[in-house]
Ligand binder design. Structure first.
Ligand SMILES: [Fe+2]
Length: 145
């Protein structure tokens, strides 16, 4: 389930609002969308493991010039105003070395596992950042049994 954004919302200076800078799409067709996989059967006050991957169906390039820099995951409990930041995974190795771009053969891959405990159901929101194609988002319902 993708976050529903208004068609147009600008600041007084004519710049798009922050939320309009996030793009979303079907992750099976768009390689930038963070894919959220809530593992197991979430239960109240029990650890829940959430895997977030960018490029699950269609691999995203991972080169010095073009790569995913980070993934963030938020939890927004149902009925509350503010989300909680669960964490940020930063991917720092993209094949660069002292010999230049694309020479090291060392690649961080854009996948991260987060764990949380919650007493409330809600929505998890993932954001990812490509150094060329910007911000992407996706969300999933976390329903406790
Ligand atoms: Fe990209």
């Amino acid at each position: 389930m993708a976050l529903q954004l208004p068609a147009s919302q600008e600041t007084e200076q004519g710049e798009p609002a922050m939320k309009e800078l996030y793009q979303s799409a079907d992750w099976k067709k768009e390689k930038h969308v963070p894919v959220i996989e809530i593992q197991g059967k979430p239960a109240k006050d029990q650890s829940v493991r959430i895997l977030v991957t960018v490029g699950k169906e269609i691999a995203h390039p991972n080169t010095t010039e073009h790569h995913i820099e980070w993934i963030e995951l938020y939890f927004h409990p149902t009925g509350e105003k503010f989300p909680y930041l669960l964490g940020r995974a930063t991917f720092a190795s993209h094949a660069a070395s002292v010999n230049g771009p694309n020479t090291s053969t060392i690649f961080s891959e854009p996948e991260a596992t987060f764990k949380l405990k919650t007493g409330k159901s809600g929505t998890v929101h993932a954001a990812s950042y490509c150094n060329i194609h910007g911000l992407w988002e996706n969300s999933a319902e976390l329903i406790l049994s």
